[in-house]
Design a protein around this ligand. Structure first.
Ligand code: AMP
Ligand code: ZN
Length: 511
């Protein structure tokens, strides 16, 4: 593992310079595959201070499914690992709170766009907390950055990269940007018409309001179905009057990443479906507006599958976190499963895999207990500052070093877990340094340390009354009396316990 230190001028320098004093901080070399160059290259902060990273966040029109959370969990591992590596991340993840789906959803709901998206944003935040995702440094919302978006469109109109189409909307002229396609490696001439909202959806219409089928909407002129959702937009080049309407989906990420990270920044990430057209369009509109390279490095997470197909709302093959928790699964196990394969590999979600993740976590907890016992420490010590997160440097020297190295090497979460299990299986020695290193590995993975004994109380410790209700519910389920089973579950919940369904019975956990 190569260790560098980064001086104030920003250039990586060699180890010996560490002797010069504390204004240098240690940085472990972390490599990551870059979709733009198709190479695995070191990650670094161009300003020598903070790794500026932007992730496309959720569209808040309903509960996010666990496919979305695979991407958000992996990006959380990225954010954590860059921190452990000493890259000092500045993490921005947006909220898409205006688009076709949010507008339609709020109209159906009979609420304003703001009320509707607030409800789903809160739900998203609650799920993120259950999955132990670190809150981003900035979480900007599209509706709160309309002037920034309008300014970009006006620049593009002035530069000749945009035009007003037949329907009064403003479109990006793809032919005006000769590097279009550099991220996805598509050639503009091969492109189907771009759906203005979701990735790559072909449009069978014969006539277009835009000059070229590949051109995409920057600013959508006001329509009746948008109701009250409209703002004064960019000035029309001929009338000089603002075009009333709303931003196209791609525009918000350019405006907000530039505002919080600068015109050029270090890393941009999202799920693989965003590579084209969303990220390609972000590059085109940002670079044409600023004249500078946009994000230097691009990272895309491969999708979570269900029954061999991409988990998605439109296919209906999705689970939400709430679905799984209601079935008695632990959010910690969901998180473990979602990150258990590398971000560059597919993962097929099954309930059997989730059960496997639950037993892995139980084994992990037992492994930690064994290490603590060997070190003569108690379980509570693992959470206490005694084991303050070790520096990556110290952790690398222990038996858990290979787990951390796997994360630094293209964020291979599967290899990191494998390396961690190798140590735990081989009955590692329980010294403080190894425990601190394990804590660092778990921190980077975002796997919560073992719950305290109290939280871990199982069926044995539940009151007789609760056990009797759980047994009755099990019998009601066997008799397919779902209404009775539901009522009994609620009674158990009200008494402060959660029923965990097992194949051949039930278990109980303190709620
Ligand atoms: P959305 O809320 O639809 O904008 O999606 C939020 C994030 O989830 C984006 O980064 C998507 O690429 C990602 N995503 C959507 N479906 C999946 C999936 N099945 N597996 C992993 N990530 C996904
Ligand atoms: Zn985006």
């Amino acid at each position: 593992m190569k260790k560098t230190i980064q001086g104030q001028a920003g250039a990586p320098v060699f180890d010996s310079l560490a002797k010069l004093g504390h204004r240098f901080r240690f940085i472990m070399e972390m490599r990551l595959y870059d979709t733009l160059t198709r190479e695995t290259v070191p990650l670094f902060a161009a300003d020598g201070k903070r790794l500026r990273m932007y992730a496309c966040g959720p569209t808040v029109y309903g509960p996010a499914h666990i496919g979305n959370f695979r991407t958000f969990s992996l990006l959380d591992v990225l954010r954590r690992t860059t921190e452990v590596a000493g890259l000092n991340p500045l993490y921005v993840r947006n909220i898409t709170d205006v688009d076709d789906k949010t507008i339609k959803g709020s109209a159906k709901d009979g609420s304003t766009l703001g009320e509707f998206t607030k409800k789903w944003t809160e739900k998203f935040h609650a799920d993120c907390a259950s999955l132990n995702l670190i809150v981003p440094d900035v979480e900007p919302r599209a509706t709160e950055h309309i002037p920034e978006q309008v300014a970009i469109v006006e620049k593009l109109l002035a530069n000749g990269n945009a035009y007003v189409g037949g329907d009064g909307s403003v479109y990006y002229r793809v032919a005006s940007f000769c590097e279009y396609g550099k991220l996805s490696h598509f050639h503009p001439e091969e492109l189907q018409t771009q759906d203005t909202n979701s990735a790559g959806k072909a449009n069978a219409a014969d006539e277009y309001e835009r000059d070229q089928v590949a051109d995409f909407a920057l600013w959508k002129a006001q329509k009746d179905e948008d109701g009250a959702v409209h703002w004064p937009g960019p000035r029309h080049p001929e009338t000089n009057l603002p075009i009333e309407g709303r931003p196209g989906w791609h525009l918000e990420c350019s405006a907000m990443s530039i505002k919080y990270l600068g015109e050029s920044f270090d890393l941009h990430a999202g799920g693989e479906d965003l590579c084209f057209p969303h990220h390609e369009n972000e590059i085109a509109q940002s670079e044409a507006a600023t004249g500078k390279p946009f994000s230097r490095h691009w990272m895309h997470c491969v999708h979570l599958l269900a029954e061999g197909k991409k988990m998605s709302k439109s296919l209906g093959n999705f689970y939400t976190l709430a679905d799984l928790v209601a079935q008695g699964y632990d959010a910690r196990a969901v998180k473990y499963l979602l990150i258990s394969s590398s971000y560059r590999s597919q993962l097929n979600f099954t309930l059997a895999n989730l059960k496997g993740a639950e037993s892995a976590l139980k084994k992990l907890d037992k492994g930690i207990e064994a290490l603590l016992a060997k070190a003569g420490l108690s379980r509570a010590d693992f959470d206490s500052p005694v084991f303050d997160r070790a520096s990556a440097d110290d952790a690398l020297k222990t038996s858990f070093g290979p787990a951390l190295e796997a994360l630094f090497d293209d964020m291979n979460t599967a290899a990191a877990l494998g390396a961690m299990w190798n140590v735990l299986r081989d009955e590692a020695s329980g010294n403080k340094a190894a425990l601190a290193a394990l804590k660092t590995v778990l921190y980077a993975l975002g796997i919560q340390p073992i719950p305290s004994k109290e939280d871990d109380a199982g069926a044995d410790e539940a009151p007789e009354e609760v056990k009797a209700l759980a047994q009755k519910r099990w019998e009601a389920k066997q008799a397919k009396d779902w209404a009775a089973a539901d009522t009994l579950r609620k009674q158990v919940t009200e008494l402060g316990w959660t029923i965990l369904d097992r194949k051949d019975g039930w278990d109980l956990k303190k709620a």
